[in-house]
Design a binder for this molecule. Structure first.
Ligand code: PLP
Length: 426
């Protein structure tokens, strides 16, 4: 396939936008080459600026679970736009989406809408600190909770007691309040909790991780976290920005049968428009301004266009929850097909999957945390990625990202993907 116009557009974009993109992963740094510029999309397909048609496995990094330009969502947004795009005043549709979202997920009484997953997680941590009166949090290496300062932390030399910034601009002061643990390592978490007794406001986790590939927590680990949090008066924050309204109506809380104290949402809840949200029981949410002392606000929060897209999307999922099963079946089919081809080619690999999230890792060892995910062979990944791209299949341009299947993908699309893989020299 030819990607000439995309390359020219990228060269032009780089003159005016840092790195030519508005979010780094789009720039293809991990895989090399120039990114694809999209002209339009419909269902499971992207149509790029060179006139190529690509089968899409990222669905805008998750939101478009029912496929691109999904009719009920587009209709809702277009109709809403006729009446004005933003008021900075309350609108009925905010309550409608809040009511529906809360009815679909377990254990949540109230929800606050923001504009992104980053904002949702940042606000959830502030709320947890305000509610508990404690400062420190634990996060897991390889989990991504957006780009706010508290989360851009890596293990420091004294990792057991504090982290260190992993981006210039994040202060040591901020880093000292974020402690790092390894995913699926309950003993490590217990150690941190003991060493920081009485100081921890929250443990934040992607309950099914998607930012180091797809990583599933062991039963012992996730139940253990819940127990520790309850015992030690620490709030358990589930970051369901990826998993919420994707793994099932009630997201990871439902499928893992674990109740979190605060849950953050993004992606699907906005139906492809910029929406994030965080939710909790009333006693926690009442700490939030204007009722409580914890400040949080937004000019465009609860924006009517964004709410209309979210409402149309959640209404569809609520009325036809069998889609979650159909998506999981398609993902299992893809898993089997890719696994068979890679085994026949004698390429060492692991495939991780949960519901409609899946990732392929080029390593011999099970991938259970960031360290094991980082052992994947990136040269093989690059060949795999570019080989498929050449054949019209668009995967996440990084080995650390989960694929997000959308229900517009047909079994013919999945077969085309598996067959394309057969042709690639890895
Ligand atoms: C689990 C998780 N949390 C938070 C975020 C941040 O969301 P956003 O990019 O909307 O700020 C992401 C983004 O991919 C995510 O995957």
């Amino acid at each position: 396939m030819i990607y000439q116009r995309s390359s020219a557009l990228f060269a032009e974009a780089k003159k005016y936008i840092p790195g030519g993109v508005n979010s780094p992963v789009r720039a293809f740094k991990a895989v090399g080459g120039d990114p694809i510029f999209v002209k339009k999309a419909k269902g499971a397909y992207l149509f790029d600026e060179d006139g190529n048609k690509l089968i899409d496995y990222i669905a805008s990094w998750g939101p478009l679970i029912l496929g691109h330009a999904y009719e009920p969502v587009i209709k809702a947004v277009v109709e809403k736009a006729q009446n004005g795009t933003s008021f900075g005043m309350p609108t009925e549709i905010e309550t409608e989406l809040a009511k529906l979202a809360i009815s679909m997920v377990p254990n949540m009484d109230k929800i606050r809408f923001v504009n992104s997953g980053t904002e949702a997680c940042m606000s959830a941590v502030r709320l947890a600190r305000g509610y508990t009166g404690k400062d420190k949090i634990i996060k897991f290496a390889g989990c991504y909770h957006g780009h706010s300062d508290s989360f851009l932390i890596q293990a420091g030399s004294g990792a057991v007691t504090f982290g260190s910034p992993n981006s210039p601009g994040v202060t040591q002061g901020t880093a000292k309040d974020t402690l790092l643990a390894a995913y699926n390592d309950l003993a490590g978490v217990k150690e941190l909790v003991q060493a920081n007794k009485g100081e921890l406001a929250a443990i934040i986790i992607e309950p099914i991780a998607g930012n180091m590939g797809c990583i599933v927590p062991t039963d012992e680990f996730i139940k253990g976290l819940r127990e520790i949090c309850t015992q030690e008066n620490i709030l358990l924050i589930f970051d369901e920005v990826m998993t919420g309204f994707r793994l099932g109506k009630g997201g990871a809380q439902e499928v893992l049968n674990i109740k979190a104290d605060i849950v953050t949402y993004g992606k699907v809840i906005g139906g492809g428009l910029p929406v994030g949200a965080f939710a909790a029981r009333t006693e926690i949410m009442d700490y939030l301004a204007p009722d409580g002392p914890v400040y949080q606000a937004g000019t465009l929060s609860g924006n009517p266009l964004a709410m209309s897209a979210g409402l149309a999307m959640l209404t569809e999922l609520n009325n036809a929850p069998e889609v979650f099963k159909s998506l999981a079946e398609k993902t299992a089919y893809l898993h089997k097909g890719i696994g068979k081809v890679l085994t026949e080619k004698n390429v060492p690999h692991q495939i991780n999957r949960f519901g409609s999230m899946i990732s392929v890792h080029f390593t011999d060892e099970p991938v259970v945390d960031f360290a094991s995910s980082a052992k994947g062979d990136n040269d093989t990944f690059k060949k795999y990625f570019h080989g498929l791209l050449e054949r019209g299949i668009y995967l996440p341009p990084s080995a650390f990202e989960s694929y997000f299947l959308n229900d517009a993908l047909s079994y013919e699309d999945l077969d085309a993907t598996i067959n394309a893989l057969k042709e690639i020299d890895l």
